[in-house]
Design a protein around this ligand. Structure first.
Ligand code: SF4
Length: 459
């Protein structure tokens, strides 16, 4: 299973800032389940709490009560740089010569190894093994006197994919990298402003969507309102297309478009490109649900839920070892034998990474009596890793990087397999195809990196 790097939330001007941040993080839980944190400010003093685990486990009623203030940022994390330990939980919160500052980051920087070496040589002491901490050091060490210039200076030093929420005693700052890899939106709740990785957060806290934070924009929010600078705009965009396919919640709009509708269109295009005669179309819940709906609609083959998901299995149960991963698949998903027995089925998936999970699921479906199993994937084969905030396995572990279509079909145990074409996928996007990053499919990385990009590179 692929993992997103993180989700971020920020709010300015609400008496219940910590509690709203908690709800915001709740809605972003799909973007990271390893740790969660909130930092608040009452205008003078900042305080925070971070912990390992899910949002609901990290924050009790008592903890939230202590986090008083009208501005806050929050973070849920899945590690793409650094181990899953409390020191690496965010937001980072430090005191320096100009006051206090906290940072929450979604994305992945690609030049931090060099940057960190340089900073350490000149005396910086790092508390974590996370790339985001370098940004705090750069802000603290800048010779500029004013915060705006310090922030701009730090951004000139970093490369990669980033959305940041920064908090000082009296300011909230939203930053999106010039290529706009990850989504970030601005909302309004009464007189308060908020920002979030996805619009589903705004729905939950009943905030109104104002606009997306633009690629290259640095948005300052304080008692005087909003103020933006765009020192890095005009660069070619690289919106992560995989946010549409897999990561973002279906009830969100990202990059200005509905995730649900985009996934359904992907499924419809898939049915046009890879038709097959079958009795029913089904997803492996919950991934692939909306693409499967589109496939069924376009092909005229009935849609069924041939597998039922047990929603009460904690994600933390799924350990990274292969044995437990296989076990986890069976505990989480149970086939409905009466639906599957003797049927020719089309399974619509949103990705195949190593192929091991699919293989185990197909075995379960065969045991449940399915006569033929055809798999259709609503994106092209993943052949390359991601350096911009999605935790892909190495190139060697991606099944499509070293196996032909026929070999993948045989390994997973299918009657047939078909992937959506790159052209087909890009042509149905509402935006121009040049606006997207598709590096994990075609290997054309928008920001080349010479650094080793393992998530443990800073350890
Ligand atoms: S490489 Fe793939 S997952 Fe990574 S940012 Fe680009 S499209 Fe998204």
């Amino acid at each position: 299973m692929l993992k997103e790097s993180c989700g971020i939330f920020g709010i300015f001007g609400h008496a219940d800032a910590a509690r709203l941040t908690y709800l915001g993080l709740y809605a972003l839980q799909h973007r990271g389940q390893e740790s969660a944190g909130i930092v608040v400010s009452d205008g003078n003093k900042m305080s925070g709490h971070r912990g390992m685990g899910l949002v609901a486990d990290v924050f009790s009623h008592e903890v939230l009560k202590k986090l008083s203030g009208h501005l806050a940022i929050g973070h849920v994390r899945y590690s793409t740089t650094g181990s899953s330990i409390i020191e690496n939980a965010q937001p980072f919160f430090v005191k320096y010569s100009q006051g206090s500052i906290a940072i929450a980051h979604n994305g992945n920087l690609v030049n931090t190894l060099r940057l960190r070496n340089e900073l350490e040589k000149s005396g910086s002491i790092f508390q974590s093994t996370m790339d985001s901490e370098a940004v705090i050091h750069l802000i603290a060490r800048s010779n500029e006197t004013d915060l705006e210039k310090r922030v701009i200076y730090s951004l000139t030093q970093i490369e990669g994919a980033y959305c940041f929420a920064l908090l000082t005693e009296d300011r909230l700052i939203a930053i999106r990298d010039p290529r706009g890899f990850r989504p970030l939106c601005l909302g309004k709740l009464d007189d308060a402003y908020c920002l979030a990785s996805e619009t589903c957060v705004l729905d939950l806290i009943q905030a109104e969507y104002v606009r997306d934070v633009e690629p290259g924009e640095i948005l300052f929010i304080d008692k005087n309102g909003l103020h933006s600078v765009r020192p890095f705009s005009g660069m070619k965009h690289s919106f992560c297309i995989f946010e549409f396919i897999y990561f973002a919640r279906p009830d969100s709009d990202i990059f200005g478009k509905s995730v649900y509708l985009t996934r359904r269109r992907l499924g419809m295009q898939l049915a046009k490109e890879c038709p097959v005669e079958a009795d029913l179309v089904m997803p492996i819940p919950d991934s692939g649900n909306y693409a499967a709906l589109g496939y069924a609609e376009q092909s005229g083959i009935p849609f069924e839920m041939g597998i039922v998901r047990n929603h009460y299995v904690g994600r933390t149960f799924i350990e990274p070892s292969q044995y437990v991963r296989d076990l986890g698949v069976k505990v989480k998903l149970n086939p409905v034998k009466e639906i599957l027995k003797g049927k020719r089925i089309v399974i619509v998936e949103d990705s195949i990474v190593r192929g091991t999970t699919s293989r185990s699921r197909i075995r379960t479906l065969r045991n449940a009596g399915a006569k033929e199993i055809h798999m259709r994937v609503s994106c092209p084969p993943h052949r390359f890793p991601c350096f911009y905030g999605i935790d892909f396995p190495t190139k060697d572990e991606l099944i499509a990087s070293s196996h032909t279509l026929e070999e993948i079909r045989d390994y997973i145990g299918l009657n047939s397999i078909g992937y959506l074409s790159l052209e087909g996928m890009l042509n149905l996007m509402y935006l121009d195809k040049k606006e997207f990053c598709v590096a994990c499919f075609d290997g054309n990385y928008p920001i080349p990196t010479n650094e080793e990009v393992s998530k443990y590179r800073l350890e």
